[in-house]
Write a protein that binds this ligand. Structure first.
Ligand code: SF4
Length: 347
């Protein structure tokens, strides 16, 4: 753990992202706990991002407007609790569009789809509502533009993640995927002077920086997108974890095992030497983890509902963590409008 006795000064600033721009916010001072009592540091921002709120709203509104069943391709967001709740309300989750009856209504998840999936939807005459997060769409559009201008696209991301599959599918003949610095070392490109990189929206800021540094060493002409692809929600949640890491013995992240941004929060804490676990909900917490722990930080990935956080807090209170302080990095105010196809039906 990094120097646990240093106070976070009132004039200390941390980079954060809001209203589509970067700024440096003074982190509100908080009191590290050196007393005898056990304490919870509840991080903010945490939980739902604007893309997740929009995607869940899309499914709920579609169910209200059209009635069940409404088909959803893939998990609408990567959270089991959210998916189960929507399933109970009448949504039918499918892996591929072949499972959707011809002519039915289907929703694309927040992670986006490749053009081949859109083509398939057209062939099957499906009525599509696209809940792809606008920040994922931004990456797709960048990939298309770079490829159209004759560049090879190097995508930094995780193989098999829905978002990565969708982005690579936009430019299958001119894209390469790298996950690690070693992948960059092995990379052979057709023209190393015409190359651009993009990233998945939910990566670790630090790991991505290392990969980009290596890309620039190997391909000095490489350039990235005009604005970073790692999204505001991913960045802010990671910065909040960093801000509190030096004062905590344990970080609990509420989120699903297939949630990329949630897993990155665990890694960020671990890189700071803090023991950290990803939990679906309070039932995943092994009480042994709390042995000898005085300061526990709690956060939630961008697809984890707040009621699960509240239940986890209750669990910790029952085990002697009676003090709690909310540590706020930035008041996020990002909102996305509903997809046009849904707005038309509402009006
Ligand atoms: S994590 Fe970021 S990219 Fe993903 S849905 Fe949320 S805002 Fe969009």
């Amino acid at each position: 753990m990094l120097g646990i006795h240093r106070f976070w000064a009132a004039d200390r600033t941390v980079p954060c992202y809001n209203r589509n721009q970067y700024s440096f916010m003074p982190l509100k001072p908080f009191a590290p706990n050196h007393g005898a009592d056990k304490k919870i540091f509840l991080l903010k921002p945490r939980g739902f991002c604007a893309g997740v709120v929009r995607a869940i709203d899309v499914v709920k509104i579609a169910l209200d407007l059209y009635g069940p069943p409404v088909y959803v391709r893939k998990e609408i967001v990567h959270n089991k609790h959210v998916v189960d709740e929507l399933r109970e309300a009448g949504a039918i989750f499918v892996e591929e569009l072949e499972e959707v009856p011809t002519g039915a209504r289907a929703i694309f998840s927040a992670h986006g789809v490749a053009p081949s999936v859109r083509g398939q939807a057209k062939e099957r005459n499906l009525d599509i509502i696209d809940a792809t997060c606008p920040l994922v769409t931004k990456v797709h559009l960048e990939a298309v533009r770079f490829a159209r201008d004759g560049y090879t696209v190097v995508l930094i991301g995780h193989k098999d993640h829905d978002e990565v599959i969708g982005t690579l599918g936009e430019v299958p003949d001119s894209s390469y995927l790298v996950e690690t610095v070693d992948d960059v070392n092995r990379l052979e490109l057709p023209d190393p002077t015409r190359v651009r990189y993009l990233t998945q929206t939910t990566l670790s800021l630090d790991e991505t920086r290392e990969i980009v540094t290596r890309l620039k060493q190997r391909f000095p002409m490489i350039q990235g997108p005009p604005a970073q692809d790692i999204c505001y929600a991913t960045e802010n949640r990671q910065m909040a974890v960093k801000a509190v890491s030096e004062f905590c013995d344990l970080l609990l992240v509420v989120g699903s095992q297939n949630s990329s941004n949630s897993k990155r929060l665990v890694e960020v804490a671990q890189n700071f030497g803090v023991c950290s676990y990803l939990v679906n909900d309070r039932s995943d917490v092994d009480p042994i983890w709390l042995d000898g722990v005085k300061n526990v930080a709690v956060t939630a990935g961008a697809s984890a509902p707040e009621h699960l956080v509240a239940e986890l807090i209750e669990f910790l209170r029952e085990r002697g963590f009676r003090q709690m302080e909310e540590i706020e990095l930035v008041d996020e105010d990002v909102r996305f409008s509903l997809p046009a196809e849904l707005m038309i039906s509402i009006q």
